[in-house]
Design a protein around this ligand. Structure first.
Ligand code: ADP
Length: 195
């Protein structure tokens, strides 16, 4: 019997690992939209919505926006018509509570997680990349102090999810310290194999 559920790919990796870059490429290749919580918050910030104002107080410090707020925003995003076949999740879930919320959303939207690629890059490379990005893009949260907070938040709140997905036999580790093209090719391979 054909599986008619929506397909979700959950990209995991520390800040600076290249999730956003890879998600944008995958979006074209797989024909699934990239749903990036960081981008959604930044969009709200730019449009000066209430959600944007609230998110800013956390983002500027490198802290996570509260789970309820984040989950509600993702739920709203996944209800849009372009997610009819699923999505590539970039930056969500980021806490155990968000992972549980995602399960509920998958039930609600008749979806399943196909695979969870983990783009692994060591901490020194990450910090160098984020510093470089701050020079190029001038993102408010890419300054030295905030970068360290985001790394800490990642280690404490997000990294435990790697185990969670591994236990569910969804996690596939990819060496992210290689060129964008090489990482992308491997990502596409592992996703194809999981489909
Ligand atoms: P990066 O992963 O490079 O740090 P993002 O663009 O994914 O950057 O996220 C930027 C900020 O947006 C985070 O530091 C956090 O404040 C907020 N954010 C993004 N995703 C989430 C999430 N799932 N839960 C809570 N806050 C989030």
């Amino acid at each position: 019997m054909a599986d008619n559920r929506k397909t979700f790919v959950v990209l995991m990796g520390a800040p600076g690992a290249g999730k956003g870059t890879q998600a944008k490429i995958l979006q074209e290749v797989l024909g699934l939209p990239q749903v990036a919580t960081g981008d959604l918050f930044r969009e709200n910030l730019k449009n000066e919505t209430e959600l944007g104002k609230l998110a800013k107080t956390y983002m500027d410090k490198g802290q996570l926006v509260p789970d309820e707020v984040t989950v509600a925003m993702v739920r709203d995003r996944l209800s849009r018509p372009d997610c009819v076949s699923g999505a590539i999740l970039d930056g969500f879930p980021r806490t155990p509570a968000q992972a549980i919320a995602l399960n509920k959303l998958l039930e609600e939207f008749n979806g399943h997680i196909n695979i969870v690629p983990f783009i692994n890059v060591n901490q020194e490379v990450l910090i160098t990349r984020l510093q470089k990005r701050s020079e190029i893009e001038g993102r408010a949260d890419d300054n030295a102090e905030t970068i360290l907070t985001r790394m800490k938040v990642y280690r404490e709140q997000t990294a435990p999810l790697l185990n969670y997905f591994q236990e569910r036999e969804l996690l596939v580790e990819i060496d992210g310290d290689r060129s964008v093209e090489v990482v992308s090719a491997e990502l596409q391979d592992v996703i194809r194999q999981a489909s």
